[in-house]
Ligand binder design. Structure first.
Ligand code: KG4
Ligand code: ZN
Length: 341
């Protein structure tokens, strides 16, 4: 089974072809980050228009690289949600139109399921069951995963997502969008122990998370520095370090709890924030202590990409799933509503 996939849920146009026998044949990504950077965040209307411009040339590129014609495809998968409605509609309409003209079935894929399954694209793929920490710009969730489509939500952020907190904290210090990688880079020059940020919701039982308090703490610390001496480069680095340590510690504490509660020894991390090196190190040492393993995708498959949608779509289409003829998007789409295979 060979599947072409289109990812267009936010500010990245990702296209890929996955073959159930041969694996990932080709993939390409166009990031709109530079276009949105001047606005300090994603402008939905600009995102939709840019997906329209970039998707078809990327599909041509990916099909050429994979040496694949439309007659060698068995289906088209596309991200149907969650995400920005206009951006999702571009991918959904394009997928349905190509499928209609090429006589192929389509399948609506859940963006977060794509992230969750991305580590299965790697050579040392995790076996089911595992606990997954999904940490992106829009979501922070802990999920017990028994198989594809067998997802039990264990906990999630009650306010900002982890990536969103990174981005907002970065913006307060006038760092470019998206802020996560910039905070991580600055943190390398931070003075350990100068600031101590809270570890929200770790002093009480439960697996829900909260990041808005951390963001407020950052805002107050930044304001204090500005008032005292002006915000110096060293202040920024020290705040970045304290913020990163607090966010990562909080995620690590909740991962430990989730693994214990679900009785699992395998942890998967996925989504943009899973590219964070300090988070990976911290979770490696946690899993060493717990005599378990941690899995994550290569950095380019941590953030949005087409390969993860092609993988998820291929597994589901192989199991016989396909759409009817409607064009449907799900800007909000709880993951536990998905069918299992
Ligand atoms: O998964 P993703 O590409 O898009 C969404 O589905 O949201 O995640 C993007 C998020 C952004 O908030 C970005 O700042 C964050 O991932 N991110 C990072 C790092 N790389 C990307 N956060 C912390 N450290 C990083 N190295
Ligand atoms: Zn994403």
């Amino acid at each position: 089974m060979r599947v072409l996939a289109i990812e267009s849920s936010c500010d990245e146009t990702g296209i890929a072809i996955y073959d159930s026998e041969q694996g990932l044949l080709s993939h390409a990504l166009y990031s709109q980050v530079e276009m949105h950077a001047i606005y300090g965040g994603v402008v939905p209307e600009l995102a939709s228009r840019d997906h329209i411009r970039k998707a078809i040339p990327l599909i041509k590129e990916v099909m050429t690289k994979a040496n694949t014609t439309s007659s060698e495809l068995d289906g088209i998968a596309y991200t149907s949600g969650p995400g920005l409605a206009g951006a999702l509609l571009v991918g959904a309409c394009l997928a349905r139109s190509l499928a209609w003209s090429w006589g192929l079935p389509t399948l609506a894929v859940h963006h977060m399921e794509g992230h969750l399954l991305a580590p299965l694209l790697e050579d040392n793929a995790p076996e089911f069951p595992f606990v997954a920490l999904l940490v992106s710009g829009g979501h922070t969730q802990l999920v017990d995963v028994k198989g594809i489509g067998q997802y039990e939500l264990l906990g999630e952020s009650i306010d900002d997502a982890a990536g969103e907190a990174f981005d907002k904290t970065a913006k307060m210090m006038d760092l470019p969008y998206p802020g996560g990688p910039h905070i991580a880079k600055l943190a390398q020059h931070g003075t350990p122990g100068r600031f101590k940020f809270p570890r929200p919701m770790t002093d009480r039982p439960g697996l829900d998370l909260s990041f808005s308090g951390l963001k407020t703490f950052a805002r107050n610390t930044i304001a204090k520095c500005r008032e005292e001496t002006g915000l110096t480069e060293q202040d920024k680095a020290d705040i970045a370090l304290a913020f990163e340590q607090a966010a990562v510690d909080t995620l690590s504490i909740k991962c430990k709890r989730a693994l214990e509660q679900a009785g699992r020894k395998r942890l998967v991390i996925a989504g943009g924030v899973s590219a964070n090196k300090y988070l990976r190190e911290k979770l490696h040492s946690l899993m060493d202590k717990l005599h378990g393993d941690v899995f994550y995708p290569r950095p380019e498959f941590c953030t949005d990409n087409g390969a993860m949608i092609a993988y998820a779509g291929c597994q589901r289409m192989k199991a016989g799933q396909k759409d009817n003829d409607e064009i449907v998007i799900h800007p909000r789409w709880p993951m536990d509503q998905l069918e299992s295979i």
